[in-house]
Ligand binder design. Sequence first.
Ligand SMILES: C[S@@+](CC[C@H](N)C(=O)[O-])C[C@H]1O[C@@H](n2cnc3c(N)ncnc32)[C@H](O)[C@@H]1O
Length: 389
Amino acid sequence: MIFHASVRSNQMLRKTNLAVWKAWRSWKLSLHSSTVGASSGPGPLDRTENASVSVEKPPHTPVMLKEVLHFLDIQPAQVVLDMTFGGGGHTKAILNTVPEVTILALDRDPASISLAQQLAEEHFGRVKPLLGRFSELESLLSNMNIKQGSIDAVLLDAGCSSMQMDQAERGFSLSKDGPLDMRMDGERYPDMPCAADVVNTLDQQALASILTAYGEERHARKIASAIVEARRVNPITRTQQLASVVAGSFPAAVAYARKDRLHRPAHVATKTFQALRIFVNDEMNELHAGLRAAQAVLRPGGRLCVITFHSLEDRLVKRFLQGDDLSNLDQYHFSPTKQGTRKEKLVDGKRDGSIYWLPLRRKVIFPEKDDVRENPRGRSAKLRAALRR
Ligand SMILES: C[S@@+](CC[C@H](N)C(=O)[O-])C[C@H]1O[C@@H](n2cnc3c(N)ncnc32)[C@H](O)[C@@H]1O
């Protein structure tokens, strides 16, 4: 049985949050003895709704496209790795602007890879779809005889795609009712826990730890307690059911007062959904694996662009590009001040990035106001660009 391989191998997670790890372990045992979904626990999620994910949706609008094209500076006939093909927005723009470029198009979502296959047929030989996770990239490339250190440019546009968000049956969106799923891999690993498994199975302390760590949710304990109360009555299997449970844990005045970073009204369950999505897809460890993979596949002088959507991810990227050794760090608390062992390069006694990376801009790059107006989903995007030394 395939059991969330990334969680199983996640040493950092084990070390840094015993409560969560213990809960996972007991759940794993319960999976082995087939007790998930037994009469004493929550009912299993009906995953049949997810069986045929449409690929007809309009593609994701690429975030910070101008900046990505500028910093990647792709030349004719170069080889580019798009680590997050999604709806193919960035890949299509690259194909349309650079002659004879070859794009390796990776995504863990089979629905995205179906789109990449359609694109590969339209651009014969120029798009090579790769179904898999960042942590599987090395073996995928070696199966294609692509050598380490041979790729000219890498793009990693983290998070989930509009296609995933817009399809209620994928369970990512709190504004559309659907099964509480959130697995980016879709049905690739049928035994991999989905969000409903997490909310119905983990104990209160573990749930609170996840909401604090990955949602930076100040009211994590209160929400976790409401979830545990609610699931005693009925298993939580729908997105809007979870959204109402979370909203119900706040007084009405608080529930409607939350604002996002742009001071627009935000649903009180937004951070809960974010935290669950990150946890279900093991996104922080995957991001770290993706950055290491990019470091290995880029040739000296090759360029990397990374777009992230929340501070947890951006901190990880920033510290990776600075040369911090993240292998022993507390994943849950990527505090901006905490330092790992740094492999940095000094130029005239000043810090000049890591021995592997030269920043193309020292500071993080934000989208322009006009771009945010046209594509509000990109409002919290942050771009970092670096050159492989
Ligand atoms: C923000 S979207 C990318 C959008 C794309 N740049 C575009 O313009 O259409 C992120 C995509 O990355 C994929 N993804 C996220 N984490 C991944 C991982 N660890 N391995 C492979 N793909 C991943 C998601 O499935 C999603 O399709």
